[in-house]
Ligand binder design. Structure first.
Ligand code: AMP
Ligand code: MG
Length: 426
């Protein structure tokens, strides 16, 4: 199988980003469900169908503060009506509205028998004797919210796979779901590797490389609603690495940063193999991120992410995030893409799909412009930190000029789509 050839790093069968994404997603299924309190369900994905448990509203109610009346009584205007009752939300009417009569009614209060319309208080005039004078006609049904307008008993109001947004929380509260079944969140571990790395809380040494990847990856996970386990730094030493990898493999997903390249101290892939991780690919025709690796052991997904800070983040976006979103039960796995107008020339060497850090801005025509955020070295995290999108340059090696339309992957916001949204021409 092509993927296995890739796992060994053979030159045969170069793997595109889209093909690698498919291999990853073929190894992921949505997790089982668990029950959580409604208050803790924001951002989770519904694992059950939810039906209405009553008609809502339970009876016809007034949409306005005003008067409930018989629309036919306004055939000749101005009309003067006698107020027979006051009804507020939560009251039950006790009187039937007869000809020449009305009730004073508040928003959400039930419409009394006999009345067929509401006129808002602003369109009425209360006379000194307490009667109301009305000079505007209203049609039957005016400003009445019919019973069951929002939902009918037994009707399906939410389906599995729905992301729980504030509006969905409101709907769940409407049907009195104090507890809801949601898809379980995976337990994700992050391990950084490298003798040169200095931990966030370790003493400052100007010659060391600060471990930024663990934290950038942590934040990428948190943005997906996952609180990861930080396993710290493994040294480029087989024993220390094995110990840390074993701990990592106890989780549903393990992200290993660094050590999966071709250096003599890059022990991650051989060590994973020793620990019975089946590798499905290594190396994808992309820039940055070429040395990315993916494997599985039983149900555990293992991503070998390149150590360069931008490569790590870009590979997370292309492979880890879609996998986790599928695991979390989301139907939309991929960052939303858009079309933008390039503000400068841009080229790509042929062979690899390139993800260029850009900033998008609105243009005067209602579209978007895309401009590089600067040095595109995979070690320059600063140009990633200020980017709000990744421009996808096809592997064809096209030379783009200013003004050309390009595809960009949006990094801000929480909107995702069903398809990757870009093509890769080799
Ligand atoms: P590697 O993939 O281990 O060959 O590392 C590639 C580059 O990324 C090297 O310059 C490393 O120093 C750097 N790097 C590796 N891990 C991290 C990390 N956790 N945080 C920041 N930079 C890293
Ligand atoms: Mg390393």
């Amino acid at each position: 199988m092509e993927a296995n050839t890739q796992a060994t790093g053979s030159a045969a069968g170069r793997l595109s980003v889209l093909a690698a994404q498919r291999i990853v997603l073929d190894h992921v299924a949505p997790a089982a469900s668990e029950t959580v309190r409604l208050e803790a369900s924001l951002g989770r994905v519904l694992a059950e169908e939810v039906r209405a448990n009553r008609d809502q509203p339970p009876y016809d109610v007034s949409a306005m503060d005003g008067f409930a009346l018989r629309a036919g009584d306004l055939a000749a205007i101005p009309a003067t009506l006698v107020v027979v009752e006051d009804i507020k939300a939560g009251d039950r009417p006790t009187k039937t509205v007869g000809p020449g009569q009305c009730v004073r009614i508040m928003t959400g209060a039930p419409i009394p028998a006999g009345a067929d319309a509401v006129i808002r208080v602003e369109d009425t005039h209360t006379l000194a004797d307490g009667r109301v004078e009305i000079s505007t006609r209203v049609a039957p049904g005016n400003d009445i919210r019919p019973r069951g307008e929002n939902m009918r008993t037994g009707e399906i109001v939410l389906t599995p796979g729905t992301e729980i947004t504030p509006g969905v929380i409101g709907l769940l509260a409407t049907v009195k779901r104090a507890q809801v079944d949601v898809v379980r969140r995976p337990r994700v571990a992050i391990l950084s590797t490298g003798d040169e790395l200095e931990g966030l809380d370790e003493p400052f040494d100007p010659e060391k490389i600060p471990n930024s990847n663990s934290y950038a990856l942590m934040a990428q996970l948190q943005a997906l609603g996952i609180e990861p386990v930080l396993l710290g730094i493994a040294r480029d030493d087989p024993e220390d690495l094995a110990r840390h990898l074993k701990a990592g493999l106890e989780h549903d997903v393990l992200l290993v940063s660094g050590g999966s390249s071709v250096g003599v101290h890059d022990f991650v892939r051989p060590m994973l193999a020793t620990l019975n991780v089946e590798m499905h690919f290594w190396r994808v025709e992309m820039r940055p991120g070429h040395p990315v690796a993916f494997g599985t052991r039983n149900g555990t997904l293992v991503f070998g992410l390149p150590g360069n800070p931008v490569s790590s983040m870009v590979c997370f976006e292309q492979f880890v995030a879609p996998a986790l979103r599928r695991r979390l039960g989301h139907p939309r796995l991929f960052r939303r893409t858009a079309t933008a107008r390039l503000t400068h020339a841009l080229g790509n060497r042929p062979g690899r799909t390139e993800f260029v850090r850009v900033v998008l801005a609105p243009d005067s025509a209602g579209g978007l412009t895309a401009s590089s955020t600067g040095n595109q070295s995979s070690g320059v995290l600063r140009s990633m930190a200020v980017a709000n999108a990744l421009l996808v340059l096809p592997a064809s090696g096209a030379q783009l000029t200013a003004g050309e339309m390009v595809t960009v992957q949006l990094l801000d916001g929480t909107s995702y789509q069903h398809e990757p949204g870009f093509e890769e021409t080799a």
